[in-house]
Ligand binder design. Sequence first.
Ligand SMILES: Nc1nc2c(ncn2[C@@H]2O[C@H](COP(=O)(O)OP(=O)(O)O)[C@@H](O)[C@H]2O)c(=O)[nH]1
Ligand SMILES: [Mg+2]
Length: 190
Amino acid sequence: MKTENATFIKGIRGTDDIIFDLKPKVAFIGRSNVGKSSVINSLVGSKKLVKSSSMPGKTREINFFLINEETYFVDLPGYGFAKIKSDQREKLRKLIVWYLFSGEAENKKVVLIIDFKIGPSEFDLEMLRLLQENNIDYIVVANKIDKISKGARIKQVKKIEKDLGEGNIILYSAKTGEGRDVLLNEVINF
Ligand SMILES: Nc1nc2c(ncn2[C@@H]2O[C@H](COP(=O)(O)OP(=O)(O)O)[C@@H](O)[C@H]2O)c(=O)[nH]1
Ligand SMILES: [Mg+2]
């Protein structure tokens, strides 16, 4: 599928009219540097819609991108980044938890991005538990599969599924575009 139109709308740090907009909102979450911005860019076919940064933990706002005038892609700050001062980190954690779990933002879906090579971190597992407890519609994407040879992938998939306690993950590479059609299908017009 071609994504024709992707526009940055705004970044928010707390409640805002945009979260009451009833268009579907797909939030991309994961630890810093896992490739959230890159995944969004690869989905919309742009190298620069979302700034992908070599400086982890830089996104401090919740950024809204409108895709084809019908769906929001929502880039959340990364969690679990150790180099951010702990009061800042706590602020970001609260912002993420507010957006995902306060119930203010409606019509949400969450794409939880993990690193295929590293597997889920403790933060990822905690996030997964919260998504399940709060009955949020979510999917797990394992990004950076290009870093592992095809032959070694099945073993890694099994390990990740065991760690997550579930077997429904999308294998993805923002670098090569592998998995793009499968993920687009999940996030456009869900
Ligand atoms: N090899 C590889 N590198 C990736 C992939 N996705 C992202 N990266 C790299 O990982 C780093 C962090 O990406 P970024 O999108 O900024 O992560 P974010 O902090 O989660 O938004 C960058 O250097 C990207 O080029 C991927 O699928 N494969
Ligand atoms: Mg980012």
